[in-house]
Ligand binder design. Structure first.
Ligand SMILES: C[S@@+](CC[C@H](N)C(=O)[O-])C[C@H]1O[C@@H](n2cnc3c(N)ncnc32)[C@H](O)[C@@H]1O
Length: 389
């Protein structure tokens, strides 16, 4: 099946379940689907915390769990599964190419380099930071490399690292959003974790210029999307808001128990404030700006005071802060339980977004492959789009 066709099938599947993945339980105390599927909602709200945590962290497990209630949802799983990319063995380049690269980052770069097949072209490392990927591929492929990044300090460090490794590696300080003209048919574009519009610009610009090869591992799909996602390829019916797209990248696989507890506490306090505001104003949910991390370092009462000042909420002369903290924790547990159904579709939305890029490239005459270049424990943004023509 061509990827464009797969995208259209996933499009239909996701549209059918929109009522489950679009509403945000953080904002809506009981999303409308709770009335349509009361047994599902009741079972989720009664699950032990440990099970909820596991299901929220593992999209495959939450989709399998959901498919027990709604068997049709199981079909989404089949459309979302992707093969692992074929990986070549990397030559032994000695210890020096990887100076200063933290372990996890190095492992991601090596996995990407093992999965991206050489095309005989020069490497163009799009949003390459210090150019680690460009440097590795230049050594591995025996090719010249160019890395482009907006940050002059990263480029300067990259230049030094390239010199130390003896690599023919040029650095361009430029805004990738306006740098399409830097690409030409002598380049093979690689982009590891260029966010949102940055990877979309690379794909559009490479396809317009008919480049022979590109390998892109996308991330932060929501960056550069104002309100609604505008698909690159024609024919899709799915409407994705910025918040829907954010859902695709909310998965974390690296949280320690302490970080996980803090994440829960932060959410509980925000929900405690939301409960208080609802009680004072009689209104429903109102969004608020990101909360400075320092506001969580004092007591709940201090947190409420800071939030009320910033949000212009007139607090009653006396109220029971402990009660609103308790309500916050209660709602946090409910939000996590009800979120299992959203998270069941998280990977499907990510794959749909990647398939949109793939379909755009296929319509431009490319042979396109989509697979995973590393296990999700190394990075959940592990999709690799490889296009050749
Ligand atoms: C997540 S990092 C990835 C860096 C590198 N590809 C890697 O995997 O190590 C994203 C990079 O994009 C760069 N960046 C952000 N906005 C940019 C823009 N408008 N133009 C070019 N580079 C940009 C950042 O400076 C950063 O180095």
């Amino acid at each position: 099946m061509r990827l464009a066709e797969r995208r259209l099938r996933l499009d239909v599947g996701l549209a059918a379940f929109r009522d489950l993945w679009h509403p945000q339980p953080f904002r809506e105390i009981r999303p409308a689907w709770c009335e349509r599927w009361p047994a599902l909602a009741a079972e989720l709200l009664a699950l032990p915390d440990e099970t909820v945590r596991h299901l929220n962290d593992d999209g495959g497990a939450s989709l399998a769990w959901l498919a027990r209630h709604l068997p049709e949802a199981g079909e989404i799983g089949a459309l979302t599964e992707l093969p692992a990319c074929a990986a070549q063995r990397l030559p032994d380049l000695g210890p020096h190419w990887a100076w200063e690269i933290p372990g996890r980052k190095r492992a991601q770069i090596e996995a990407f380099a093992a999965a991206a097949a050489r095309s005989g072209k020069e490497v163009f490392d799009w949003c390459g930071g210090k150019g680690h990927l460009g440097r590795l591929l230049a050594l591995q492929w025996g090719a010249r490399a160019t890395s482009l990044d907006i940050d002059p300090a990263l480029c300067a460090e990259g230049r030094e690292l390239a010199q130390r490794a003896g690599v023919d590696h040029e650095f361009l300080v430029a805004d990738a959003l306006a740098a399409g003209e830097q690409l030409s048919d002598r380049h093979h574009v690689v982009a590891l974790h260029a966010c949102g519009n940055l990877h979309r610009t690379a794909i559009r610009a490479a396809a317009e210029r008919g480049l022979a090869a590109l390998d892109v591992a996308p991330c932060c799909y929501h960056r550069g999307v104002e309100e609604a996602y505008r698909p690159l390829a024609a024919g899709a019916s799915l409407q994705l808001s910025r918040d829907d797209i954010r859902l695709a990248v909310t998965e974390t696989v690296t949280a320690s128990p302490r970080q996980a507890w803090r994440r829960d506490r932060d959410m509980a306090w925000k929900l405690g404030f939301d409960a208080l505001r609802r009680a004072v104003t009689g209104e429903g949910y109102r969004p608020f700006k990101p909360v400075p991390p320092a506001w969580f370092s004092g007591s709940f009462e201090q947190f409420i005071g800071a939030m009320a000042r910033r949000e212009g909420l007139a607090l009653p002369p006396s109220f029971n802060a402990d009660e609103f903290e308790r309500r916050g924790w209660q709602r946090q547990r409910e939000v996590m339980g009800l979120s299992v159904v959203r998270h069941a579709f998280r990977r499907a939305i990510e794959v749909w977004l990647a398939l949109d890029l793939a379909a755009h490239l296929e319509s431009g005459g490319y042979e396109v492959g989509l697979g995973t270049f590393c296990p999700r424990q190394l990075t959940p943004r592990n999709l690799l789009l490889s296009a050749r023509r």
